[in-house]
Design a protein around this ligand. Structure first.
Ligand code: DQA
Length: 149
């Protein structure tokens, strides 16, 4: 049997509140719903999904560091840390595996401060604006990158 790709799906602060958090922006799906979607799609495309969320920047940094040598790719919704965190940028820069930046909302249709991402410069690509489907598109993007590798 072909080896499954090991994929880390990381979620930053306040994403544990999906479902009740500003549903007019983020919709009604919970983070557990998003995780279930990722797992189902991951099974379909041969990805073993490690799905995590933290409100703590340092914990996200540690998980990213641990992905070096153990994971094949990362899909990350760093949430507000996207717009602030050099530490997450630096961690993603050292892992040497493809990174896809994900957002539920279309950050470019929102506040100006959300137009700046510290992650985009090292991301293979950015997917935003499709709600939970953004995660599925990110997994498909990782699959096509890994298939070409
Ligand atoms: C978000 C967009 C960010 O600007 C915001 O801080 C979030 C969620 C998104 O998924 O749309 O927390 O990353």
């Amino acid at each position: 049997m072909a080896r499954q790709s090991q994929i880390l799906v990381l979620n930053g602060p306040n994403l544990n509140m999906l479902g009740v958090r500003q549903p007019e922006i983020y919709g009604h799906a919970t983070l557990a719903d998003v995780e279930a979607l990722c797992r189902t799609h991951g099974d379909a495309i041969g990805f073993d999904i490690d799905f995590r969320q933290s409100n703590h920047e340092g914990e996200l940094v540690t998980w990213i560091q641990e992905a070096r040598g153990t994971k094949d790719g990362i899909a990350i919704n760093a949430a507000a840390f996207t717009h602030t965190s050099v530490a997450i940028l630096d961690a993603l820069s050292l892992v040497d595996i493809p990174v896809i930046e994900v957002h539920l909302s279309n950050v470019f249709a929102r506040d100006k401060f959300r137009h700046l991402s510290y992650i985009s410069p090292i991301a293979a690509g950015v997917i935003c604006g499709f709600g939970p489907q953004s995660y599925i598109l990110a997994l498909d993007a990782l699959r096509s990158i890994l298939n070409k590798a």
